[in-house]
Design a protein around this ligand. Sequence first.
Ligand SMILES: [Fe+2]
Ligand SMILES: [Fe+2]
Length: 358
Amino acid sequence: MSNNINRRGFLKQAGAVVAAGSLPLSLVEIAFGKDSPANFSFAYISDSHITHIKGNEFVRNWDRGLKRAVAEANLLDPRPDFIFYGGDIAQLGKPEELDHGLEILSGLRGDVHYVMGEHDYYLDLGDYWKKKLGPDHYSFDHKGVHFVVLNSILTYDDWTNNKWPTAAERMHQMARLDNPQGSPFMVGDAQRDWLKQDLDKVSKDTPVVVFSHSPIQKIHKGWNFWTDDAEQVQALLKPFSKVTVIYGHVHQIQYNQIGNISFHSAMATAWPWPYPSTYRQVESYLPRLTVEMNRANPFFERDATGWQFINLHTGNVDMSYMLPGNTNRVVAFDTATGKPVDTRYQAVANRIPPQVHY
Ligand SMILES: [Fe+2]
Ligand SMILES: [Fe+2]
């Protein structure tokens, strides 16, 4: 019963031998039935924000989060079929940062699929990332599931090409929150045309899992928890019976259901973002479904980072969030209501009392 799943239960179920501890990656299990030969799992790591200081120096805390995720991924048993990286390897898009992050990630056993983050992109418009990792949007089929990767962090050509005196200035502007000089993210016409053609070849009862960096839904514009053409992308996904969008970028738990599409965020290995409304009273469309994550101890560097594993049972996603030093959470698809719910904390009366922020 996925509602009662916990780390120990999962490891027992998976027959895994993994050292105890909560680590910043996700193990994703795709399940098509108890004994189906199609069952498989994959791991998910995101938002490491490797930050160059000078020479060979990098911010050590961010290095550690990523190294720990790689170590944990390598201990997974059974082996995940592949690993996803959800974007923002680098902090300011520098080749040194991408190289350093990729060197740590090269320790992973298994194939890795990459998603472009805005911190990887806005220095050189993704040139170095693409040289190292290949195309920024692509799709593939694996054991009955159609996987799609989108670059959702593009913006208007005029902002990108004509507004800033240097590439470094452009990168700094896009890295800021609440920036009136910023610009909203989008997938863009060319990729939406590609997506339409790609999906035309897929039967409508095939489970589709889409990976983007920013959410393909609109949550909070000031922090670019937002994709401007979200509705147009959602419309292309509408004909499919089971669709899940998994995204990074927000460094916090979020979940939502829009029509046939379930949305889930993944955790960061670097740092947590507070929920927009707790930080500043500004307009936010944080999904009403989302029970916000309680930060038990903001002085513990790993609190509110974490990892989760995901069961995609008969095509619907269940996320189990493992939160070091905090209370673990399970967000599972409820077939009765047709949306994801927190299995313990969805009812207001059951919620963990919110922490007071000073
Ligand atoms: Fe990020
Ligand atoms: Fe990001």
